[in-house]
Design a protein around this ligand. Structure first.
Ligand code: NAP
Length: 493
């Protein structure tokens, strides 16, 4: 069985304990590789390596321009290795090769963009209100960043943290999900190939309990950059707060796709399907609630069920496949459990609801559609992270806004309408970090992404994000030779 090793301080190594975890290929439903089962000893070594690298001349003496050049070089290497890395991701999490390859080909853009920004972060000279003082501000990196990621798009989620964080001058210890770590371990090698000093990028694998908890509470970690579930996000936020660390939290969602009667219904149906069935519904931004205006409710529901019925499930590397398996065994059981719980709670099934079986033995679940769902039900309130759509009718624009905002989450929303004044009104009132109008699941390195309410704290991507990996320093220089008139009061005049 193939083995991948940690990267700590520039060296490939197994866990100090010698223990390994097995990773499942969800299409074949069999283990395909082993990854180190790291624990506190490995975490402490990795943080020490990152701290030493942060303080080293090799890293500190690089100008921001030189850091930018390294980021652009790593972007080129990712592009050159896109197919190999995408294949590893597919083997580990069962997502479509076409989707993962598209991600890998686009990921270099974050490194080019933030590489370009590295030498454009300027401090300022302050027009200070005290005579003879020269005061300026500087932006400095935070230090060691702990990046903890989910299994659904490991390299994309990691890139959202690494590209701005490295451009800002930090060093990293990365812990990917135990369910899909192989691509991150292979990816890490590219940073040294690009010329980053050893120890700037470290990766260790292991469980959340075994390695993750120690990493987020380690005294030498300055910031935790986390993508994962709401429950883990709350635990990490408490730990980061107790240990006075910076934290960004990219968490789950229960996003609404809102279809008005005046929409281009064909385009809307394709957009709604892409929001929930693409990636087998395993995306944070899944449009898992479909709100349809009552005049077109039956017609639109029928269109969605027809799309669901026609979806081709199968081998994720086959270009004709539209939906792959669920990524891992515990998650497969969880999604099926939530479907049967919804039925026990009285939800009405319009399509699917069962495992899908074929000769591969893969962890497939049918695209599933529930109709006439109450927004108060668990089906409408809890993130499933699978191909399960809750369809809810509405009458007016105000109803749609109230239903869309009526969950603890606030990651994204989709609006389908041809009424332009409605698009401005409704996008102001929706409480979500992203609003897509007549499109869905569109992303860019230029556009901030992140959640309101229980969907998270902070944003990723976009110019401002580099500063979330930095802090200001204010420097006061007194040019006067006169002694302080009264040393026992604050210098206010
Ligand atoms: P998860 O169970 O919360 O795990 C996320 C990461 O945290 C994994 O690496 C996990 O390690 C680690 N972890 C678990 N417990 C920990 C602890 N106590 N301390 C430190 N680390 C810990 O989430 P998941 O199931 O992997 O991912 C699915 C979730 O991610 C969904 O809720 C989805 O919406 C969200 N997500 C959000 C975004 C976004 O941008 N907002 C993007 C993608 C996914 P183990 O795997 O070893 O447990």
């Amino acid at each position: 069985m193939k083995r991948f090793e940690n990267l700590i301080g520039g060296e490939k190594c197994p866990a100090a304990s010698g223990k390994w975890l097995r990773s499942l290929d969800p299409y074949r439903n069999e283990d395909w590789c082993e990854i180190p089962d790291s624990d506190e000893v490995d975490v402490d070594r990795a943080v020490e390596a990152a701290r030493d690298a942060f303080q080293s001349d090799a890293w500190r003496s690089l100008t921001p321009t030189a850091r930018g050049a390294l980021l652009r070089r790593v972007g080129d290497l990712i592009a050159e290795n896109a197919e190999r890395l995408a294949e590893l991701e597919v083997r580990d999490n069962g997502k479509l090769l076409s989707e993962m390859l598209a991600q890998l080909k686009y990921i270099p853009q974050w490194y080019y963009y933030f590489g370009g920004l590295a030498d454009k972060i300027e401090g300022g000279v302050l027009p200070i209100d005290k005579a003879d003082h020269f005061v300026y501000t500087n932006w400095e990196p935070l230090g060691v960043i702990a990046a903890i990621t989910a299994w659904n798009s490991p390299l994309l989620l990691l890139t959202w943290k690494l590209a701005p964080g490295l451009a800002a001058g930090n060093t990293f210890v990365i812990k990917p999900s135990e369910f899909a770590s192989a691509s991150t371990l292979a990816f890490a090698d590219l940073f040294e190939e690009a010329g980053f000093p050893a120890g700037v990028v470290n990766v260790l694998t292991g469980t959340g309990r075994g390695a993750g908890q120690r990493l987020v509470s380690h005294p030498d970690v300055a910031k935790v950059a986390f993508t994962g579930s709401e429950a883990t996000g709350r635990a990490i936020s408490s730990s980061a707060g107790a240990n006075l660390k910076h934290a960004t939290l990219e968490l789950g969602g229960k996003s609404a796709n809102i279809v008005f009667a005046d929409a281009d219904l064909q385009a809307a149906a394709a957009g709604v399907a892409s929001g929930i069935f693409a990636a087998t519904g395993q995306t944070c931004m899944a449009g898992s609630r479909l709100l349809v205006q009552r005049e077109v409710y039956e017609e639109f529901l029928q269109a969605i069920c027809t799309i669901a019925e026609g979806i081709k499930l199968g081998n994720p590397v086959d270009p004709d496949t539209q939906m792959g398996p669920v990524a891992n065994a515990p998650h497969y059981q969880k999604v099926l459990g939530m479907i049967s719980q919804a039925m026990d709670d009285g939800a009405e099934l319009a399509y699917g609801g069962n495992p899908h079986t074929d000769a591969s033995g893969g962890l497939f679940i049918q695209p599933t559609v529930f109709r006439d769902v109450s927004n108060e039900s668990r089906l409408a309130q809890e993130e499933i992270f699978g191909p399960v759509l809750a369809v809810i009718p509405f009458d007016t624009e105000e109803d749609a806004i109230a239903i869309a905002n009526g969950t603890p989450f606030g990651l994204a929303a989709g609006v389908w309408t041809t009424n332009m004044s409605r698009t401005f009104r409704i996008s102001q009132k929706l409480k979500s970090g992203t609003v897509w109008v007549n499109t869905y699941r569109a992303l860019s390195y230029i556009a901030p992404f992140g959640g309101m309410k229980a969907s998270g704290l902070g944003r990723e991507s976009g110019q401002e994000m580099i500063k979330s990996y930095m802090q200001t320093k204010t420097v006061w220089i007194n040019n006067s030779t006169e002694a302080v008139t009264n040393p026992f009061i604050m210098r206010l005049s």
